[in-house]
Design a protein. Structure first.
Length: 341
């Protein structure tokens, strides 16, 4: 992983709060200055509670939403303010797998036409050539090509997500953004879809940005993991070191209440119950955004916003008083954690 395929620099996305047809009464700070790099061939996982800005960040990176400020570079080219016409080559290189396989497929179109649509829109293939490519894509994701004339409602949830994956791969993208791709599926089907994505990554040389709230899933599929809270990236590290010795109190709290991460090896984690609720993103607290719920917050946390900084090789955190710092600085960086479930 020597090439940065996508670079986000201080990405900000605000949504206006309307008090009437023409009156703005506030601003929701959905993404507040996120910077990160995605390396070619890796899986970067982004986790956090619902409403923390994960999906909004993903939509900003693929330009489904305009940025309020900041910069997004793909292969060293600034794509932040390109027109729709100028974005066409970029669209071919980056594709999305959506969360809900029931809502992301047009119920009035046959699945063969749904998967073929990117080929026609980008004038890659049409007619018999497009149909042949669609058949190959169906086989690639483990579906029967004889089902091309069926409609989405005739498939199970796992099969619909495979159709969504086939559509995302139709243009042979370099980067695939998966926005909680298994959260709407039965547990018994989740592992099948995740294993398929891992196999496709190895076979096609894909890079993944994997958005999820399931910490167990992210641990298995990700090489690196970023943790978001209230629109900000609060910690970023390789998966194994982060799960073994989290630096940010929020990361530590998330891991402590995830029973699926207890593999029976080593001492059990003490459960950390956070007080209060996630603050309103339209009225963010001063200083560290996590300090109203942080069990170790001090006066400095209430007044001074912590910058995201590197405290150990490959470990960055936005905290004035990082946890487990001695363990993090003494342990060498670990390899990736992606694999079969």
């Amino acid at each position: 992983m020597s090439e940065v395929i996508l670079k986000a620099s201080d990405v900000v996305k605000h949504f206006p709060l309307r008090g009437g047809p023409s009156r703005q009464r506030g601003t929701v700070q959905a993404v507040a200055g996120v910077s990160l790099d995605i390396w070619r061939g890796e899986t970067l996982g982004i986790v956090g509670e619902s409403g923390c800005g994960k999906s909004t960040l993903a939509r900003c990176l693929v330009r489904l939403l305009p940025l309020t400020s900041g910069r997004v570079e793909f292969r060293d080219a600034d794509v932040t303010r390109l027109s729709r016409r100028q974005l066409r080559p970029y669209r071919r290189e980056i594709q999305l797998i959506f969360q809900d396989p029931y809502a992301s497929l047009n119920p009035r179109r046959r699945v063969g036409d749904i998967v073929a649509e990117p080929l026609r829109v980008h004038r890659v293939a049409s007619g018999a050539a497009a149909e042949q490519q669609v058949r190959e894509l169906f086989e690639l994701v483990g579906l029967d090509p004889t089902c091309l004339s069926r409609y989405p409602h005739e498939f199970s949830g796992g099969q619909r997500q495979r159709i969504g994956i086939a559509r995302a791969l139709a243009l042979r993208p370099s980067l695939v953004v998966a926005d909680e791709p298994v959260s709407a599926l039965d547990v018994s089907v989740q592992a099948q879809v995740l294993n398929l994505m891992s196999e496709l990554q190895d076979r096609l040389g894909l890079t993944y940005l994997f958005i999820a709230h399931d910490l167990g899933v992210v641990r298995h599929v990700s090489d690196r993991v970023g943790v978001m809270y209230l629109g900000e990236l609060v910690e970023l590290a390789e998966a194994d070191p982060l799960y073994a010795a989290p630096l940010h109190p929020y990361t530590e709290a998330l891991l402590s209440v995830s029973p699926e991460l207890d593999d029976g090896e080593g001492p059990a984690r003490d459960r950390i119950v956070l007080s209060g609720d996630v603050p309103d993103p339209s009225h963010k607290p001063s200083g560290c955004p996590f300090h109203p719920r942080c069990p170790v917050a001090e006066e400095r946390c209430r007044k001074e916003h912590p910058e995201l900084r590197e405290v150990a090789p490959g470990r960055v955190v936005a905290c004035h008083f990082p946890r487990n710092l001695e363990a993090a600085t003494s342990a060498p960086p670990a390899g990736g954690s992606s694999g079969q479930l």
